[in-house]
Design a protein around this ligand. Structure first.
Ligand SMILES: NC(=O)C1=CN([C@@H]2O[C@H](COP(=O)(O)OP(=O)(O)OC[C@H]3O[C@@H](n4cnc5c(N)ncnc54)[C@H](O)[C@@H]3O)[C@@H](O)[C@H]2O)C=CC1
Ligand SMILES: O=C(O)[C@H]1O[C@H](OP(=O)(O)OP(=O)(O)OC[C@H]2O[C@@H](n3ccc(=O)[nH]c3=O)[C@H](O)[C@@H]2O)[C@H](O)[C@@H](O)[C@@H]1O
Length: 443
């Protein structure tokens, strides 16, 4: 099938690469000329395991092309995916300007009957807005071309995006008509061969399913973080509790890790957007609001622990920081918990020596006006001349450090484990003090 994808970010690029990889002929367009220039020269503008190989082999095979031209986008295919960003507006609602500007640009140029599929995460009713924008442009052009829209929200996780796309646990398709369902069923067949993972529903339910899924996952994390904060005061180990409750199949073992709060480009923004959507229809959204509050508090948790360790004052202290990305296996810094930690530490006079295997370039942009942070080329280098170590992202290379070397290197011999990666007894046996999240210690 010939497919066009608008947006060459995490979702658009993965979608383009994976569709091409199963034999489709894909054009991916983006308004960022630098991004397209790099992609045309085989350079991937983001870090996502497996994506570079997919882009390389499909570009070489001629099945994947990149462009900045809407003209090319509409000329190429009659199935066009919109996968541009929907960031938070100032009031927290989803900023749909990118999606709507795609709709207008497409409507100005579409030359044949076309199905426009919205993959971006958008509030209920957006498909209707996109259809209206398309029709307005077509009407002005006085053409007989017909457009339809469909909703196909994406559920991939960064760091595992290619795998999630290739082996999805569900494909949600929201349609107004059977013909659109047939097209999307055919397009997704290669990803849906063994079990029926395709759920076809009405458009508004599909739009809402995406938000409900992210909200449920975010609530689960906030719940565990709240339990962890109680566990610290009660002398309870949240890791034991995680195993204990996760064994109940009604709860399940996944996504129960307490930590520094959820970050990334989606949970925080999607929760805020859902709260605004609730406001607009007069619903209180009590749980969603609480989850955001718990999350805000949790982002400061490691700072509070470090501050308490130093008797309430971090002035002049040097903190080694392992991990800046919002989670492992990505270079994405959007709403990363490290941002608040670095801000607080440096604001109160501490120095930070930070290392991350992938996110340092992005972090440099974020912290370009921050005084007191330096970036190091290795995890070990971050610890040199540092008083204590804070582990913020769960990268594999941080999982089994040389604790004895750390004890000999860190002046104040303390490890703050924001991801509960370590066995406290084992760490303590090497001469370090250990502070996790919900490991039974309120220092
Ligand atoms: N990042 C993720 O893990 C997931 C994101 N989503 C949703 O997918 C959507 C896209 O997210 P990301 O890929 O992370 O965003 P992103 O910010 O990485 O990429 C968006 C791309 O769209 C381009 N763009 C913006 N406006 C444009 C326009 N009018 N025409 C053409 N290109 C335009 C930008 O230049 C950028 O390259 C969002 O709605 C997000 O909530 C859904 C599931 C997972
Ligand atoms: O809509 C989206 O963009 C995507 O949002 C999340 O994916 P992502 O943000 O890439 O990453 P997650 O692995 O879900 O982690 C989100 C945040 O929660 C934190 N987290 C996750 C799991 C956990 O048990 N505890 C926890 O604190 C992570 O550290 C991270 O900061 C969802 O998992 C995807 O299904 C969804 O498609």
């Amino acid at each position: 099938m010939r497919v066009t994808v608008i947006g060459a970010g995490y979702v658009g690029l993965v979608t383009s690469g994976c569709f091409a990889d199963v034999g489709n002929d894909v054009v991916c367009i983006d308004t960022d000329p630098k991004k397209i220039e790099r992609l045309t020269h085989g350079k991937i503008p983001l870090r996502e395991p497996g994506l570079d190989a997919i882009v390389a082999r499909n570009s070489t095979a001629g099945r994947l092309k990149f462009s900045t031209s809407y003209q090319e986008a509409v000329a190429h295919a009659s199935v066009i995916f919109i996968a541009v960003g929907t960031p938070s507006s100032e009031d927290g609602s989803a900023d749909l300007s990118g999606v709507l500007s795609c709709a207008h640009a497409l409507g100005e140029k579409i030359v044949r009957d076309t199905l426009v599929v919205i993959k971006s995460t958008v509030p209920v009713g957006t498909n209707d807005q996109v259809l209206a924008a398309l029709q307005k442009e077509l009407h002005q052009r006085d053409t007989n071309v017909q457009v339809r829209t469909a909703s196909n929200p994406e559920f991939l996780k960064e760091g595992a995006a290619v795998d999630d796309f290739m082996r999805p646990d569900r494909i949600i398709v929201g349609v107004n008509d059977a013909a659109a369902a047939d097209i999307l069923r055919a397009l997704y067949l290669p990803f849906n061969r063994n079990r029926d993972r395709l759920f076809i529903m009405d458009v508004r339910s599909a739009e809402f399913t995406k938000y409900a899924a992210n909200a449920m996952l975010a609530l689960r994390i906030s719940f565990m973080n709240e339990m962890a904060d109680m566990a610290d005061r009660l002398g309870v180990d949240i890791e034991e509790v995680r195993h204990g409750i996760g064994a109940d199949p009604r709860i399940g073992p996944h996504f129960l890790y307490a930590g520094m709060g959820f970050g990334g480009s989606c949970f925080p923004k999607d929760l805020r957007a859902l709260v605004r959507l609730a406001d607009s229809i007069g619903e209180p959204a009590l749980l969603l609001r609480s989850s955001l509050q718990v999350n805000e508090r949790q982002r400061g948790i490691l700072f509070e622990k470090i501050k308490a360790f130093f008797g309430g004052n971090v002035q002049g202290k040097t903190i080694a920081l392992w991990g800046l990305a919002f989670k492992a296996n990505t270079d994405d810094m959007r709403e990363a918990p490290s941002i608040m930690l670095v801000d607080l530490l440096t604001r109160f006079g501490a120095r930070v020596r930070a290392y991350d295997p992938a996110a340092i370039n992005n972090a440099r942009q974020i912290f370009k006006t921050t005084q007191g942070i330096t970036f190091t080329a290795s995890a070990r280098e971050a610890c040199e001349d540092a008083d204590v170590l804070a582990v913020v992202t769960e990268w594999l290379e941080f999982r089994s450090p040389d604790f004895e070397w750390l004890a000999a290197t860190l002046t104040h011999k303390a490890l703050f484990d924001g991801r509960n990666l370590y066995n406290p007894a084992f760490v303590r046996a090497s001469g370090l003090q250990y502070f996790g999240v919900g490991r039974g210690q309120s220092n």
